[in-house]
Design a protein. Structure first.
Length: 146
């Protein structure tokens, strides 16, 4: 079984693994959900949530277990209406609504995270020698200074 340091060392010498890691990271970042969960009990008690309006794509799971996805054509204090009919909040087990489009300035934290992750991968990949010894002298010869 490889230790974490040995795995990093192997990845450092393998361009295919770097490409695979970068692809995996991009897929994970791209898999973020575009749906926001709405608390059905709060929707019953108060006015309809501000994120829920006509034209919003909604996903509803009814108390009977039926899964529905539709564009809302009617939003009231009692429920949401659309292609399958009007569904009352008290008949819903869960409700999700499409997130509204975010402003373009919200992309900068994501870009910073990607650049930071790329920097960490580059630093680990370009390290000449990584030695970690748990409070005892490391076995073998010391690495030569460059």
């Amino acid at each position: 079984m490889l230790t974490g340091i040995a795995m990093i060392d192997r990845l450092r010498n393998c361009d295919g693994a770097r490409i695979l890691l970068a692809t995996f990271v991009l897929l994970v970042l791209g898999a973020c959900s575009s749906m926001r969960t709405i608390d059905v009990e709060n929707a019953m008690r108060y006015d309809p949530p501000s994120s829920l309006h006509e034209g919003t794509l909604v996903q509803v799971e009814t108390l009977g277990g039926e899964q529905l996805e539709f564009r809302a054509t009617e939003v009231t204090g009692d429920g949401v209406g659309g292609e399958p009919g009007f569904i009352r909040y008290e008949d819903m087990r869960s409700l999700k609504a499409e997130k509204p489009p975010e402003s373009k300035t919200d992309i900068w934290p994501v870009v910073g995270g990607i650049v930071g992750l790329a920097l960490v991968v580059w630093l680990v990949g370009s390290a000449d020698d990584v030695r970690v010894c748990s409070g005892t002298p490391c076995p073998g010869p010391e690495p030569s200074p460059q």
